[in-house]
Write a protein that binds this ligand. Structure first.
Ligand code: GCU
Length: 373
C-alpha cells in the first residue's frame, strides 16, 4: 500500500523520450532539464541577481575541543540591501578548526550556533569535535538568519529582499533553496581564506535541514559532498510513495514556505504525486558524480520519514552514478538497520536511533575521508 504509483520517471530518459546514453548527454541535456523542472515544480528558482554578501569576523577565540587546540570564528554575512533598505539580512555562521592548519576540508551543518564550545546530546561526542579530530574544519550556518522557517517570513529574509517585500510568484524560491543559497555564500567565504579548501566542503543537515542539505548539494555543484539525515518528503524520499508525509503535508500552512508555490497544485485534487514530472531519486541523481550519503533512523523513531522510500530513491539514482563512472548503492534490496551500503560514491545507511544524524556521523566521516585524502 506504500506503493500506489509504482512507475517512477526514469532519470536516464529525457522529457522528450530520448535515452541518455553517456555523460555528455547527461550534462548537456538531462541534468539541465531536471534542474529546471525541480525549480519550476518543487523548489523554485533563485533570482538571477541575488545581492552581494560581505563577510566580517565578529569574534574569534582560541579554545580546546576534545583536547585539540582550535580556533572558533564567528562570522556575519551582511547582504547588500540597497534595493530594499527596509529588509535586512545578516547570515550568521561559525567555523571551528585545528589551530595553525591551512587548506582544510570543511564539514558544514545547517543548524544551531552556540556561544560556547559545541555540545552533543547525552554522552556522544559533538560532531564538531569528531570533525576536528580528523584534522578538518567544522562549520555551521544558521538557516533562520538567511530565511525564516515560517510562511509569514516570505516577505522578508533573502526571499523578501529579492522581491522587495512583495509575495512570491509560483516559481520563486522557497526556504530550502534560500538556505542552500546561504550555504553557498559561506562556501564563497571559504574561497577567500587560506585556512580552508573550498573544493572540499560537505554539507549536512537533519530533517528539514536534511532536505536543505540535499537541495544544496543537488543544485550547487561546488559542494563536494552531502550527509543527508532523516530528510523524508521533499528530501530523499520519493513523492510517489504513500508512507509518512505527502505533498499535502509539505504544502500545508506549516511548511509551504520550504518549496515553491507551484508544488501546491500537485497536492490539490485532481492532481496527485503521480503527476509530478520528476521524483526525488532524480534530485539525488543531480548530486552525481559527487559523493552523497543518505542517512535514516530506525522505524520506531523515523518511519514517518519514509526511510525505506529514501533507500529506494538512492537505488533509483544509482544508474546515473554508474553512467558517470561511479558506484551507486549496488542493490534494490532494502539493507535494514546498521547494514550500511557505504562502499560506493552514493551511500545509504539506516542507523540505530531515531530522527537524528548522531549514530551515522562516524560512518559519514569515514566516507568523506576517502575523498579528501
Ligand atoms: C516536520 C515536517 C517534516 C520535517 C520535520 C523536521 O515534522 O513535517 O517534514 O522533517 O518537521 O524538520 O523535524
Amino acid at each position: 500500500t506504500a506503493n500506489p504509483y509504482p512507475v517512477y520517471p526514469d532519470p536516464l530518459v529525457t522529457f522528450s523520450g530520448k535515452e541518455v546514453k553517456n555523460a555528455k548527454m547527461w550534462n548537456k541535456v538531462r541534468r539541465p532539464e531536471l534542474v529546471r523542472s525541480f525549480e519550476d515544480n518543487v523548489y523554485g528558482r533563485i533570482p538571477e541577481n541575488t545581492p552581494q554578501v560581505t563577510w566580517t569576523v565578529t569574534s574569534e577565540q582560541k579554545a580546546e575541543l576534545g583536547g585539540i587546540p582550535v580556533v572558533i570564528r564567528n562570522l556575519n554575512g551582511s547582504v547588500d540591501n540597497s534595493a530594499c533598505p527596509s529588509i535586512e539580512v545578516n547570515i550568521q555562521a561559525q567555523v571551528i578548526w585545528p589551530e595553525g592548519k591551512t587548506n582544510l576540508p570543511v564539514v558544514m551543518e545547517f543548524g544551531f550556533i552556540s556561544g560556547g564550545l559545541p555540545r552533543a546530546y547525552g554522552n556522544s561526542t559533538p560532531w564538531q569535535q569528531q570533525v576536528v579530530e580528523r584534522g578538518w574544519a567544522a562549520a555551521s550556518v544558521n538557516p533562520g538568519s538567511i530565511q525564516a522557517d515560517a510562511g509569514y517570513g516570505l516577505t522578508s529574509g533573502i526571499i523578501g529582499l529579492c522581491n522587495k517585500g512583495e509575495y512570491r510568484k509560483p516559481t520563486d524560491w522557497g526556504a530550502l533553496r534560500a538556505w542552500g543559497w546561504g550555504a553557498g555564500k559561506v562556501l564563497d567565504y571559504f574561497e577567500s581564506c587560506p585556512e580552508f579548501d573550498a573544493g572540499k566542503v560537505a554539507i549536512e543537515g537533519v530533517s528539514r535541514y536534511g532536505k536543505a542539505a540535499l537541495v544544496t548539494m543537488a543544485f550547487d555543484e561546488r559542494f563536494l559532498s552531502a550527509f543527508v539525515a532523516s530528510s523524508g518528503k521533499s528530501g530523499a524520499a520519493g513523492w510517489r510513495r504513500d508512507c509518512g508525509e505527502s505533498i499535502g503535508n509539505i504544502v500545508s500552512n506549516e511548511e509551504y514556505h520550504w518549496v515553491c508555490g507551484n508544488l501546491i497544485k500537485y497536492g490539490t485534487d485532481p492532481m496527485t504525486e503521480n503527476d509530478l514530472p520528476v521524483d526525488q531519486h532524480e534530485l539525488i541523481a543531480l548530486c552525481a558524480p559527487r559523493p552523497c550519503f543518505i542517512s535514516a533512523g530506525t522505524f520506531d523513531g523515523d518511519k514517518w520519514q519514509d526511510v525505506t522510500g529514501s533507500f529506494y530513491s538512492a537505488a533509483m539514482a544509482s544508474p546515473v552514478y554508474e553512467l558517470l563512472g561511479k558506484q551507486g548503492v549496488g542493490t534494490y534490496l532494502f539493507p535494514g538497520v546498521d547494514n550500511g551500503l557505504t562502499d560506493g560514491d552514493l551511500a545509504y545507511r539506516q542507523h540505530h536511533g531515531g530522527h537524528e544524524a548522531g549514530p551515522n556521523w562516524p560512518y559519514f566521516l569515514d566516507f568523506f575521508a576517502r575523498y579528501v585524502k
